[in-house]
Design a protein around this ligand. Structure first.
Ligand SMILES: Nc1ncnc2c1ncn2[C@@H]1O[C@H](COP(=O)(O)OP(=O)(O)OP(=O)(O)O)[C@@H](O)[C@H]1O
Ligand SMILES: [Mg+2]
Length: 248
């Protein structure tokens, strides 16, 4: 695991800076929550990290090495909001996960690795033979996580991964994220507009507004003694905000 760093990163669409001079680090083994209202630039920052948004200034590095500006980089894997569109509907779950694995190994080894990954995200390995349409939204998001893990990434960028799910399964997916962080020492940039969700999984929190970071720091500090008025406004909108680790 190594540090993902954004140094003074700017992304422009036409004249507007969707991301404006953002500096942020995701230390090894940390889950950094990125929050902010809709349109604040969270997804654009994430997309810049995986080469899907054009960087007009600054740099993004992983373990001190620039992340390639184009193409998908294995050490950095992204999981999106919508598990329906991020999985190929014609491929079985097993084939989807196997596709993301590094090449090599016998068929039996690869099959065993797919099973291990499905078990890691608490899916029955028998799911390997199913197509995504047979699974629930929560199960599909677990497959998307297994697929991301299959690439043996150093950092996962998760963009609103629970936002499209029923509230009843959101908590289970968030528990999985916490478990993966604890057991694998996974580093993650965890994006959500929902502060209650971020509070549940993140050790560090960064608050974005209109393309800029207005505040960042340990979750315990930012969420209990916010230094910026905007963070206070976001917090005021969250119900039951006195218990830091309460379930959203
Ligand atoms: N491909 C694009 N072309 C032009 N403008 C874009 C593009 N992608 C994003 N933007 C603009 O950049 C700004 C930031 O958008 P972004 O999607 O990063 O926000 P967000 O914080 O992820 O919002 P949400 O919480 O709704 O997902 C918005 O004003 C958006 O309209
Ligand atoms: Mg977004």
């Amino acid at each position: 695991m190594s540090e993902l760093r954004f140094d003074d990163v700017t992304v422009r669409y036409g004249r507007t800076a969707a991301v404006d001079g953002v500096s942020l680090a995701v230390p090894p083994g940390a889950v950094v929550g990125l929050v902010g209202e809709s349109g604040s630039g969270k997804s654009t920052l994430a997309r810049a990290a995986v080469g899907l948004a054009p960087i007009a200034g600054g740099r993004i590095t992983l373990g001190g090495v620039p992340v390639p500006a184009r193409g998908r980089s294995r050490p950095l894997q992204m999981v999106f909001q919508d598990p329906y569109s991020s999985l190929d509907p014609r491929m079985t779950v097993g084939a989807s996960v196997a596709e993301a694995m590094p090449p090599g190994g016998s068929r039996a080894d690869r099959r065993a690795e797919v099973e291990r990954l499905l078990e890691l995200v608490h899916l029955n390995p028998a799911c390997a033979g199913a197509v995504p349409a047979r699974l629930s939204g929560g199960q599909r998001q677990r497959v998307a996580l297994a697929r991301a893990l299959a690439a043996r990434p150093r950092v996962i960028v998760a963009d609103e991964i629970t936002s499209a799910l029923d509230v009843s399964v959101q908590g289970a997916v968030l528990n999985l994220v916490r478990e993966l962080q604890r057991e694998l020492g996974l580093s993650m940039l965890f994006i959500s507009h929902n502060l209650a969700v971020v509070r549940y999984v993140a050790s560090h929190v960064a608050v974005m507004r209109r393309g800029r970071l207005v505040e960042q720091g340990p979750a315990a500090r930012v969420l209990t003694e916010p230094g910026h008025e905007y963070t206070r406004e976001l917090l005021a909108a969250v119900p039951g905000r006195t218990t830091r680790r309460s379930r959203p």
